[in-house]
Design a protein around this ligand. Sequence first.
Ligand code: PMP
Length: 406
Amino acid sequence: MNDVAFAPAYAEPAGSPIRELFPYLSRPGLVSFAGGYPSPALLDAEGLAQASARVFAGDPAGVVQYGATEGRPGLRAALADMSAGRGVRCEAADVLVTAGSQQAFDLLVRVFVAPGDTVLIETPAYPAAIQSLRLAGAHLTPLPVDMDGLQTDALETLLRAMPAGRRPKLLYTVPTFSNPSGSLLSQPRRERLVQLALEFGFLIVEDDPYGELNFSGAPVATIFAAGQRLAGARNPVLYLSSLSKTVAPSLRVGWMVAPADVLRRCAIAKQTMDLCTSPITQAIALAYLEAQRYESAVRRACDEYQRRMHAMVSALSQALGARIEAPPPGGGMFVWARFDHRVDPQTLFNAAVELGVLFVPGAAFQPQAQDPHTMRLSYAAPSLEAIATGVARLVRAFDIASHGCT
Ligand code: PMP
């Protein structure tokens, strides 16, 4: 190839830190707590097969052609209804269907973020969001998180101290059962966040792929709903969600709820990358949602994920005691754990791989000032038996990597 220079963002791009773990996954007998994958056994493949048969028996010609970028009207209406159930009051016209919510986020980054723009990001953060923002040349400002979500007091202090020329455009958060922290943003903080966005003039990107994996079933009001209540038509919240964790990631059906001027620009950005939103997968998704199997499938997954989460958290704390802090999340797919500073993180990772258990080192989720004594563990895909085996292996890895603490 000629010596043509890559565009600056791609000259030395960092790949996904999670995908770099993929080579380990082929090891026989490995227990992986690393992936962000839903359990295939808990996805309703049978329901999807029936939905797909109905689509092709009904109007095959209607789904084999290119389609509208914005999405099919029936699915946009169904997703608007689903969003309304979470307090995101909207119409079909306010919804853009995307190839997963990852694409929705990337579109927002394309239409809002120019190189050097400040973007606030909860930390630990979802790595693909970090990656998308880095490629756009954003100036990332991390915000601390605890089990009640993003710390709005720290955010306020930061905003008040920021020079006017550095004011952020966007704030990215996964407020409900976050990836990776498992945290749930408290209601008062949801409101405070909206007030700060209104005062300082930035938009909040509420990424919500996990909200329905809610173990207690106690309703959680979205930040979007707080934005509507506090600001009406000036709502500073853009809402993203996905069917990936509740129906099937392979469908690639996600969506964005945003004002018309944002949706129009995102649709234009989308046209340059995938020409249209797949009519086949949208038709299958709609047929599936219409079959009334969604709620019971989600309930079943929630119950099982809750069992797996408890099994993981209690086994970890029983075996490792004060060496680990792994608070149980109220939903979602992840446990975020901090461990004793006398445990060497690299030795721990190497020993874990050697013993046949994989986790994601916490540094992957921290754009700056990384705390290496952290890890993300997913309990969604492994069975209860595999969780017991995996935790026992992890405990042995801790013993190998611990210096002066037991
Ligand atoms: N946001 C978060 C926080 C996620 O964890 C994921 C999936 N891992 C996504 C967005 C993207 O999911 P999808 O594109 O499959 O909808």
